[in-house]
Design a protein around this ligand. Structure first.
Ligand code: GLA
Length: 371
């Protein structure tokens, strides 16, 4: 074969594989393994963010509301519920035949103070708080009965050492608040999947706390479908071994595992401990914000490799994993740009600020194709 012919054939093959590759979407690549979801925001649901909406429709088969179903937004005052955004969210998911997730019922953040206080600002009694919890869960879960597939019932109940976080839920009701929340959710929609969701469960002490908590719930006959590992990762945390061990620990317990809020920051850490609660008021300095004008290729490649390693692990455990959800769609949407330091430029997702697939996207797709 002469040289020209060879290069013509090579070019044709390359462009053909490019076409094949370009047509592959996340949801198709992993369709035999797990759902691939994204956290979506109000601008996407309303159609204002048309670029975001196109990616959501084409790449994902599950959605989680970034904020739209949090207590403070749906139930801002004792007798005021506002479901405008949440209704739009659920309708959007149904229109696109997506698996619609509810996030989140009981959490210590984004919950108004009135929930825990009487008219004088004093802490309410256990009974009154349980009543408020029940009313909230019944109203919200009940409204979307049969339409929201699964709920993050309790979010972040644990401290880093695996003990119960001293949130107002815990101090006013006691440790059985978790059990009660699951019971109420189950009553409100007996068919909905129910999840416990938290971060840093890849660290041994906190993981042990979660295993003990879930064990207790399951022994009491509380239906827990899955644990959500949030997956707010860094380039070097959790280690593949930590990730592997945490999936196995929950699988052994008999619950499914969902990766619920995946993103990987490439920016320097503010605290020494990975994933510890940092000070959200930390000052934005050039040292903490090294890539304001673009990501160097070496970091781009490191991010791609990191994503590929994680997805290879998720595929290895696909029997336990039902869903992998990214916390956002493009780098421009990500909360990581503003937390724990405001105004940084982070690159934690698979689509860049223009909505274009990053090398990490291709690396993730390749893990599915290599299987
Ligand atoms: C937690 C919550 C999410 C979201 C992220 C940060 O992980 O579960 O709802 O608030 O923090 O955006």
């Amino acid at each position: 074969m002469n040289k020209t012919l060879r290069s013509v054939i090579a070019a044709a093959l390359a462009s053909w594989s490019f076409v094949l590759f370009a047509q592959t979407t996340l949801k198709d690549a992993f369709k035999n393994s797990f759902l691939v979801g994204a956290a979506v925001n109000r601008a996407q649901i309303s159609g204002e963010d048309s670029r975001g909406i196109k990616l959501i429709e084409s790449q994902f088969n599950s959605i989680t509301p970034e904020n739209m179903l949090k207590w403070t937004l749906v139930h801002p005052q004792p007798n005021v519920f506002d479901f405008r955004a949440a209704d739009g969210y659920v309708e959007f998911g149904e229109r696109h035949r997506m698996v619609v997730i509810g996030h989140t019922l009981i959490w210590h953040k984004q919950t108004p103070n009135w929930v825990f206080e009487d008219e004088k600002g004093n802490p309410v009694t256990r009974d009154l708080l349980l009543k408020r919890m029940r009313d909230h869960i019944h109203t919200v879960v009940g409204r979307y009965q049969g339409r929201i597939h699964g709920w993050d019932v309790v979010n972040e109940a644990l401290n880093e050492d695996g003990t119960m976080r001293q949130s107002p839920w815990m101090t006013i009701i006691g440790a059985d608040y978790v059990e009660k929340a699951f019971q109420f959710a189950h009553e409100a929609d007996p068919k909905a999947e129910l999840y416990y969701n938290d971060y840093s469960l890849e660290n041994e002490a906190k993981r042990k706390g979660a295993v003990a908590l879930l064990n207790k719930l399951m022994k009491a006959g509380i239906p827990v479908t899955a644990v959500g590992l949030q997956g707010h990762d860094t380039l070097d945390w959790p280690t593949p071994q930590q990730q592997d061990e945490s999936i196995v620990a929950f699988e052994k317990l008999g619950v499914n595992v969902n990766i619920t809020e995946l993103d990987i920051t490439v920016l320097p850490r503010v605290t020494k401990e990975p994933a510890a609660e940092p000070n959200p008021n930390a000052e934005n300095t050039p040292a903490l914000n090294p890539y304001p004008n673009g990501l160097p290729d070496s970091v781009q490649q490191a991010l791609a490799k990191r994503y590929a390693d994680l997805f290879a692990l998720f595929l290895k455990h696909q029997k336990a994993i039902r869903r992998v959800t990214f916390w956002g769609v493009t780098d421009a949407d990500s909360w990581r740009n503003n937390w724990p330091v405001r105004g940084r430029t982070d690159y934690p997702l698979l689509f860049d600020r223009r909505g274009v697939e990053k090398p990490a996207f291709e690396a993730v797709i390749r893990t599915a194709q290599a299987k």
